[in-house]
Design a protein around this ligand. Structure first.
Ligand SMILES: NC(=O)c1ccc[n+]([C@@H]2O[C@H](COP(=O)([O-])OP(=O)(O)OC[C@H]3O[C@@H](n4cnc5c(N)ncnc54)[C@H](OP(=O)(O)O)[C@@H]3O)[C@@H](O)[C@H]2O)c1
Length: 319
């Protein structure tokens, strides 16, 4: 059993990551780190953490546990780098939530710390384990749609106000781009870079201050890849709408309806018919890949370097 420690007891830890750990056969939730010891202990109890004393409010003490194998970092974005680098120094493998950092320097330092400590570093872009996306990626990469010329992704949400930490500088840097846009960016790069090369040009239009945040409330982003393929994505904290993705090539296209998001469902159509896939929890696939990467001594499917490329682009998109 691989013993995982959870850092942060918020939304994604509670609703997605700990249930996903429970689905993975050879991993257990071992311990929990929170700013409040009682909260850590209660979260650990609710999620059946296995350590004899599972709740911590001190990072060093949490990491000093010799039975802890790896950490899952699910705290605000600006805190990831310090926590990941400390975990690597303590010899723990790291799965970090997206975006992995808020500066390129921090992301590079995380990659370097994990490489020099010889621990695995994965970045939590769970949509890569959506079974429909995996089937679509296989078809795109083997050329079923010809040369890819255009792709598009839309994932938005409606925030009630600017109360979320992403809307402010203290522990956040981007709002809609960090909440959802970074996922769309990863999805587009995953689909396109094997055939189209890297992103070479970035354009963006950013809306701020409708809800009172100086961070991006909406972002409309244009990307050009080395092959000349172009892509667009929109992220927003200002409206909720159906999530969509499209991949268009010289020999066909695919249209994704409600597959971008947290779940494993939705529909993917092509001119030849729908792509069939099993509806599974993508977060469980993400945790399983991280655990397997540790056992096999290989990089997780979304490595630190992949997460770093995403941060580099976010910095160019929203300067
Ligand atoms: N992959 C996905 O689908 C997905 C979805 C949502 C979020 N995320 C990512 O997961 C990370 C956490 O997001 P979230 O939505 O779970 O946030 P959240 O609900 O606000 O939870 C963050 C947790 O971090 C801890 N924390 C430590 N210092 C904090 C501070 N100064 N301010 C606020 N919280 C602090 C808190 O736990 P304690 O109070 O116990 O210390 C808090 O509950 C982010 O990087 C986010 O981008 C990923």
């Amino acid at each position: 059993m691989l013993r995982l420690g959870m850092i942060g007891t918020g939304n994604i830890s509670r609703d997605a990551l700990t249930p996903a750990i429970a689905e993975v056969e050879d991993a257990v939730l071992w311990s929990v780190l929170s700013r409040e010891k009682n909260r850590a202990t209660e979260f650990a109890r609710q999620n059946s953490a296995q350590a004899p004393i599972p709740g911590f409010d001190d990072l060093r003490a949490f990491l000093a546990d010799p039975d802890l194998d790896a950490v899952v970092i699910a705290t605000p974005d600006k805190l990831h780098a310090e926590q990941a680098i400390a975990a690597a120094a303590a010899g723990k493998h790291v799965l970090v939530e997206k975006p992995m950092a808020t500066t390129v320097a921090d992301a590079e330092a995380m990659v370097a710390a994990c490489r020099s400590a010889d621990v695995r570093l994965g970045v939590a872009y769970h949509m890569r384990w959506h079974q429909g996306h995996r089937a679509l990626a296989d078809r795109v990469h083997r050329g079923d749609f010809g040369e890819i010329r255009y792709a598009r992704a839309q994932w938005t949400f409606q925030a009630p106000d600017s109360g979320n930490w992403r809307a402010h500088d203290e522990v956040g840097r981007w709002w809609s781009l960090a909440g959802v846009g970074t996922h769309s960016l990863d999805w587009l790069r995953w689909m396109l870079t094997p055939g189209c090369g890297e992103v070479v040009e970035v354009t963006s239009t950013i809306t701020r201050n409708i809800l009172g945040s100086q961070h991006d409330e909406s972002a409309a982003v244009g990307l050009q890849f080395e092959s000349g393929a172009v892509a667009q994505f929109v992220s927003s904290a200002l409206f909720a709408a159906p999530n969509r993705g499209e991949i268009c090539g010289s020999k066909g296209y695919a249209y994704c309806d409600q597959t971008l998001g947290r779940g494993g469902g939705g529909r993917i159509d092509t001119p030849e018919g729908a792509i069939g896939f099993a509806e599974v929890n993508p977060y469980a696939g993400e945790i399983a890949d991280f655990v397997t990467s540790i056992r096999e001594g290989r990089d997780p499917e979304v490595s630190g370097e992949e997460g770093l490329r995403n941060v580099e682009l976010l910095c160019r998109i929203c300067q």
